[in-house]
Design a protein around this ligand. Structure first.
Ligand SMILES: Cc1ncc(COP(=O)(O)O)c(C=O)c1O
Length: 444
């Protein structure tokens, strides 16, 4: 059957069948594959999105956590529309990229200089190259289960088993240049002392997968000290936490500063792109007018769409809103109400598990010994919830019009209302009852 040029079907199931004949695997991101078929969304506004058959969802994926202001925020729509009429791309420098960088500098304390990139994956790719150039040492230390994008230099360690290459086609040398440890200060110190080739450290500062596996308390301050002690370049991956944990990210909230910060998602107002920022003395490596050890610039970095005006317009509009502090306060309040409500429902039904998360995020855990919190549980335990349980929670909520982001987790936005949260709590309670009946969650 040739479907070229026409998209006729009106159900997600039909459209997926058609998509499988044109898109590799039927999808554009393997995470969107959701058997028996993914949902096809045609419209979104505020906290809601609509599937092509009209089904409405309260959205807790929010553009993979990029839409702190909500879907189709009027200021962002207006900025993109205005810029589109003035030209979508010049392949030249332009005023908006300067305004955008100034806003980042203003908000992110360690951002002395900024370079725009094409995605979060590109941000960590560039940051790691800068880390190697700055330290003069080839190896990168990273943490079990932390996600930094899909390129080779961030691949080893993204999933368990952490010492095994997670994909075909990966360069073995990239795995050999990566040292994966659990987020444990003693293990980090030991690794840095044992292998003087390690010159760069990268960390998802929320803990793995936007805080699904939280970091031990005080860990980031210790990491900063260890990086200094061993003269390693410290990268904070703030792709999720940047502009979410606070308007200035985790670093502004906690007062712990990296050498380099990676950003994407909120920084672009939910458009494709990202940014790398850091100390001037390090970011100078990217300066085409500066020669370093015979290289000018020291670190090569290109990219056709870096700092694209359409994306810059959205980024500027988003960061101007973030600067007021209001979107963060609203999104945090919604998530707190949600976590509190879910916690009470779990207690009422004496369910063995926990709901937790920082800022505008929430994570669910079901299993023995949690007693309402995951501190004290191992990463393996937190990640050990059966796929049956996870799928039952995700599909139960989805049937009731609630869409999570990944696993049993999600994010709120400034657009989530008390009504959204109350409806979500009703859906959660009904789903939990079904799961108790089916024996998919246990009683405390
Ligand atoms: C912490 C973190 N770093 C990097 C990335 C990669 O970003 P992108 O998907 O834009 O390539 C992600 C994506 O979710 C992320 O969560």
């Amino acid at each position: 059957m040739s479907n070229r040029g026409s998209v006729g079907p009106v159900s997600s199931q039909d459209l997926f069948e058609q998509a499988r004949t044109s898109l590799a695997g039927g999808v554009s991101h393997q995470g969107r594959y959701a058997p028996p078929h993914p949902k096809y969304v045609s419209r979104a506004k505020g906290s809601r999105k609509w599937e092509i058959d009209g089904t409405e969802y309260i959205d807790y994926a929010m553009g993979s956590a990029s839409l702190l202001l909500g879907h189709a925020h009027p200021e962002i729509v207006e900025a993109i529309t205005r810029q589109a009429a003035d030209g979508t791309f010049f392949a030249d420098c332009h005023p908006l990229e300067v305004e955008w960088a100034l806003l980042i500098q203003e908000l992110i304390p360690s951002a002395e200089r900024v370079r725009f990139v094409g995605s979060g994956t590109e941000a960590t790719l560039l940051a790691i190259r800068i880390g190697r150039a700055n330290s003069g040492r080839p190896k990168v230390l990273r943490f079990e289960g932390h996600y930094h994008g899909w390129h080779d230099y961030a691949a080893l360690g993204m999933n368990a088993p952490y010492d095994t290459m997670p994909t075909l086609g990966m360069l073995p040398a990239a795995a050999e240049a990566t040292v994966v440890v659990p987020p444990d200060a003693e293990r980090v110190e030991h690794a840095l002392a044992a292998d003087r080739d390690i010159g760069t450290i990268i960390c998802e500062v929320s803990g793995a997968n936007y805080g699904c596996v939280p970091l031990p308390s005080g860990f980031l301050a210790t990491l900063r000290n260890l990086a200094d002690q061993f003269d390693a370049t410290l990268i904070f991956d703030e792709v999720i936490t940047g502009f979410r944990w606070s308007p200035g990210g985790l670093q502004a909230r906690d007062g712990i500063f990296p050498d380099i910060t990676t950003m994407a998602k909120i920084v672009t107002g939910g458009m494709p792109g990202g940014a790398v920022a850091g100390r001037e003395s390090i970011m100078r490596l990217l300066d085409p007018a500066v020669e370093t050890q015979g290289f000018k610039p020291g670190v090569v970095h290109k990219g056709t769409f870096n700092g694209n005006p359409l994306v810059a317009a959205a980024g500027v509009a988003a960061l101007r809103e973030v600067k007021t502090g209001k979107p963060n306060a609203a999104a945090d309040k919604a998530a707190l109400r949600l976590r509190d409500g879910m916690g009470k429902i779990m207690q009422e039904h004496q369910v063995d598990g926990a709901v937790y998360g920082e800022s505008s995020t929430f994570h669910l855990y079901f299993g023995k010994g949690a007693h309402g919190k995951v501190e004290g549980l191992s990463a393996a335990e937190i990640r050990g919830v059966s796929s049956e349980t996870v799928n039952a929670m995700r599909s139960g909520l989805r049937r009731r019009g609630v869409d999570l982001m990944s696993h049993m987790s999600g994010v709120t936005s400034a657009a989530h209302t008390d009504d959204d949260i109350d409806q979500t709590l009703d859906a959660f309670e009904a789903t939990l009852r079904d799961m108790l009946e089916a024996g998919l969650v246990g009683r405390a």
